[in-house]
Design a protein around this ligand. Structure first.
Ligand SMILES: Nc1ncnc2c1ncn2[C@@H]1O[C@H](COP(=O)(O)OP(=O)(O)OP(=O)(O)O)[C@@H](O)[C@H]1O
Ligand SMILES: [Mg+2]
Length: 136
């Protein structure tokens, strides 16, 4: 599925729709450039999944936990070994948890087969193109 969201509000609506299809144990890999909307989407998704925590970019800590949701941001890492060292395999083997990974490229070999990949693209100030790989 590919949509253009014309505002953050529309990105919120999309996250709310996706939240309905999310099951425990799923991994979402969020691809896209700086500012393309990965963290914004994550914030709306975490809210829609019932956490009232304020999602922040986990840039300096790599991973944050909101209830059963692990929000992981690999932007600052440079090697697969570092990705392994943060415990990516433990996160991904948690069958109760939902894993959301920004900048997942270095984690590619660790991602489960049924990972849902979501691609974000900047279109203009208010618009983003968001492509969600088939969730089933
Ligand atoms: N349609 C839209 N959908 C999502 N975000 C939007 C939209 N229009 C504007 N924005 C703005 O774009 C910015 C996206 O920033 P965000 O931190 O979510 O990006 P990111 O992909 O996580 O970047 P990074 O790689 O630095 O972590 C926010 O300031 C948000 O308000
Ligand atoms: Mg981000």
């Amino acid at each position: 599925m590919e949509v253009i969201t014309n505002s953050t509000k529309e990105t919120k609506d999309l996250a709310e729709r996706l939240a309905k299809d999310i099951k425990p144990g799923v991994t979402l890999a969020l691809y896209g450039d700086l500012g393309s909307g990965k963290t914004t989407f994550t914030r709306f998704l975490v809210e829609a999944l019932g956490s009232d925590a304020r999602v922040q970019s986990p840039t300096f800590v790599v991973a944050r936990k909101y209830k059963n949701i692990n929000h992981i941001d690999l932007y600052r890492l440079t090697t697969k070994e570092e990705v392994r060292d943060i415990g990516i395999e433990e996160f991904l083997s948690d069958k109760e948890g939902i894993n959301i990974i920004e900048w997942p490229e270095l984690a590619e070999e660790f991602l489960p087969k049924d990972t849902v990949r979501i691609y974000f693209e900047y279109v203009d100030d208010e618009k983003r193109k968001i492509r969600i790989q088939d969730i089933n």
